[in-house]
Design a protein around this ligand. Structure first.
Ligand SMILES: O=C(O)[C@@H](CO)OP(=O)(O)O
Length: 347
């Protein structure tokens, strides 16, 4: 059990001491196995003190990321038994990357500039998110990243209700020591059935400044179509007191490189649920688009896009059309094997 807790925190790269928590039967159990784990500069102590059970860890973030679990596509479906397929995958460290722009929000529906205003999905957006989930229901997901905004989080959660593997997405709370300690899981079996969800503001929609809440059509009538198009689609011209796409890309791509890419390189399959402009920024990086090319890139709400990450390269695989589509599973041997395992589980 202790190993599972350690592995989970290791796999999501959560930091440092998680502090003291109160005794309980489970924690007493945990304390019996009081032990120190040391792995490649990563050290975890689990034990019992006067104040209760504790788990503390010291580590170097980059070391943890480098040593993050190498669970293969096949491991995710079945027990950690070794198969030829997962061995070959470990060597290649191939991973799936799914990008989803959130479903329609209540302000998309009203044609209002939204930016960082935290608006939920519309009914249509809920349906789009469920539909997106069906399209990716046979693709492995080990980690989910979303923005800090509810429309992206709703999309990720609704999409995962459709996944055939039926793992439970759980939002990580690392905002304080207490939040981290109070949201720990102490069952190895439950951990295996869990997908960590990391929410971060750096994946937010670009901040639209003084346009937030204004109607897009009325703004075009007032300031002229060209001016509004420039605010909406130029690369480096920000709307009044807001972020340009370039400014949004600086924080979104930095987050991708720093937090998400190491997970992919370690073989983790990742889904990102985010926004039109934070995803355009990330796609610009993945597809090596120029600032001229990215301005004509438009993303539909609720349509998942699949990339394969292999040896530090990103291969765009388009959008899976549906769970029954054969093509997408032929993109890589591992995706085909993952799907085969899911089929075997059901029958
Ligand atoms: O209003 C917004 O936040 C965005 C996305 O909906 O609009 P735009 O299409 O101008 O990028």
């Amino acid at each position: 059990m202790a190993a599972a807790a350690a592995a989970f925190h290791q796999s999501i790269g959560t930091p440092h001491s998680v502090g003291h928590v109160n005794n309980s039967g489970l924690l007493q159990e945990l304390a019996k196995s009081s032990v120190r784990f040391i792995s490649k500069g990563f050290e975890i102590d689990i034990g019992l003190s006067k104040r209760g059970c504790y788990i503390s860890s010291k580590r170097n973030v980059s070391v943890i990321r480098a040593s993050a679990s190498q669970a293969s596509v096949i491991d995710i479906v079945s027990s950690p038994s070794h198969t030829k397929a997962n061995d070959s995958r470990k060597k290649s460290n191939e991973a799936a990357l799914i990008l989803i722009r959130h479903g329609e929000s209540l302000w998309n529906e009203k044609n209002l500039f939204t930016g960082c205003v935290d608006v939920p999905l519309s009914k249509k957006g809920v349906e789009e998110a469920i539909e997106a989930g069906k399209r990716i229901s046979n693709i492995p997901v080990d980690m989910i990243y979303t923005s800090a905004l509810i429309r992206a989080q709703m999309t990720a959660m609704l999409a995962m209700t459709q996944h055939r593997r039926k793992k439970v997405p759980v939002i990580m709370h690392n905002e304080s020591e207490r939040a981290r300690a109070w949201s720990q899981i102490f069952s190895e079996d439950t951990l295996k059935q869990t997908i960590p969800v990391v929410a971060d503001w750096r994946l937010n929609e670009r901040m639209y400044g003084e346009l937030q809440g204004l109607n897009k059509q009325e703004t075009a009538d007032r300031y002229g179509k060209e001016q509004v198009h420039e605010w909406r689609r130029s690369y480096d011209i920000p709307p009044p007191n807001g972020e340009s796409l370039e400014m949004c890309a600086q924080r979104a791509v930095a987050y991708f490189k720093d937090q998400i890419e190491p997970q992919l390189l370690a073989g983790k399959n990742v889904m990102i649920a985010a926004h039109g402009n934070s995803l355009r920024s990330i796609i610009m990086y993945l597809d090596k688009l120029t600032s001229q090319e990215v301005i004509s890139l438009e993303l539909s709400t609720g349509i998942p896009m699949l990339y394969i990450s292999k040896e530090g390269k990103f291969i765009r695989r388009g959008s899976p059309a549906g769970p029954a589509e054969a093509g997408v599973y032929a993109y890589t041997k591992n995706l085909a094997l993952y799907r085969q395992k899911l089929d075997e589980m059901v029958h």
